[in-house]
Design a protein around this ligand. Structure first.
Ligand code: TXA
Ligand code: MG
Length: 338
């Protein structure tokens, strides 16, 4: 166990300065971004970055995203900024977009897991921005959760998973978007979405025209091009089933499980939740933005002992719904389709 220093951004004046100093010394510090909390370390130091893999229990073949404050800093990490990347940067950064570009080797080899490409992103969050500006170095940062668990959208989620394993945590309140950045391969003529996220396919199409999606995301047996997409992810403490169909159909599944003496928890939109009766009911929100923002918190709310089975409704895969359904499918142990 090590001591994890925790700062509150609203009350600790020295928070950013102290956190930046720790990062420059090669330590691990968690901080908020607009998507989820990240666990940061100096991306140019192999040793600092290995601290991230250790704390999370993350497989070493899964590369990390390098976070920077400005486009000029981003340029320093890649051999080339193709016109496609320039277009995406102008349209969507700072923001929840990660671009895969040819790496020039400035970042440590464990950041890229030995690949010739690197994922880079400019987060749109005042705390992340100030921290990156103050340390002046690229910061490698995966989501600040134990590998396999839901990503953290509050400082308490990070604390629950990682206190005693990391050196610092900057509490900047709940994050906004709630699902991670969209990972886009920019090394080819057309953009290829490797992980759906905060910037939607529809938004990208508006600035680039055609957009491709990694076939592995649509269920093809090919290996996903983002190594992280092959792992089980976002798993709640208790099994979760996705149930497609009307509230009546979901209620029938609830009733059946209750007959088998299961305590059934339900996560659903406000509108659907109103129509259902279960042992535990947690509303995700009234629209898809709210549902994305609350998703990981709700997945963490259901605890062993209180709930035996979680049921969740499905959502349309337009806009942010694509990222929401991608995460739910990974979190679910069963998918009951119509
Ligand atoms: O919103 C986010 O992106 C958050 C915040 C903290 O910035 N970060 C995040 O990082 O979600 P992580 O490590 O949990 O997910 C990074 C994803 C993984 O699926 C990884 O395989 C993929 O990006 N990735 C990173 N570098 C890559 C590369 N060079 N080629 C292909 N995929 C890459
Ligand atoms: Mg993650």
């Amino acid at each position: 166990m090590r001591e994890t220093k925790r700062w509150n951004i609203n009350t600790d004046d020295g928070a950013i300065k102290e956190a930046a100093a720790l990062l420059k010394q090669g330590k691990t510090v968690a901080f908020p971004t607009e998507t989820v909390y990240g666990l940061g370390a100096d991306a140019t130091s192999q040793q600092a970055v290995s601290g991230i893999f250790q704390a999370k229990g993350r497989p070493e073949d899964n590369p990390l995203i390098a976070h920077v404050a400005t486009k000029d800093q981003l340029r320093e990490l890649v051999t080339d900024l193709p016109p496609l990347a320039e277009t995406l940067i102008d349209a969507f950064t700072p923001g929840p977009l990660t671009m895969i570009l040819p790496s020039n080797g400035i970042c440590a080899t464990n950041v890229t897991a030995g690949l010739s490409t690197i994922g880079v992103r400019i987060p749109d969050h005042p705390v992340a921005h100030k921290l990156l500006k103050t340390c002046g170095i690229p910061i490698a940062a995966p989501s600040a959760n134990i590998s396999g668990k839901p990503s953290p959208t509050t400082a308490n989620h990070v604390w629950a998973d990682l206190h005693g394993k990391i050196d610092g945590l900057v509490d900047g309140g709940p994050t906004g978007v709630g699902v991670e950045s969209t990972v886009v391969d920019c090394t080819q003529d057309l953009p290829v979405i490797l992980r759906p996220g905060g910037i939607t396919k529809e938004q990208i199409e508006q600035v680039t025209g055609a957009v491709m999606v990694d076939p592995a995301l649509a269920g093809s047996p090919d290996k996903p091009k983002a190594p992280g997409m092959k792992y089980t992810h976002y798993a709640p403490e208790v099994p979760m089933w996705l149930v497609e169909g009307s509230p009546e159909k979901i209620q029938a599944v609830i009733n059946r499980a209750q007959k088998e003496h299961k305590q059934v928890g339900v996560m659903a939109s406000n509108q659907t939740a109103e129509k259902l009766q279960a042992d535990q009911m947690i509303s995700l929100g009234g629209n898809m933005q709210e549902i994305a923002a609350n998703l990981y918190d709700v997945l963490r709310e259901f605890k062993n002992g209180d709930t035996d089975l979680i049921l969740c409704e499905t959502f349309p895969t337009e806009n942010i719904g694509q990222a929401v359904m991608n995460r739910l499918e990974k979190a679910a142990s069963e998918y009951m389709k119509e």
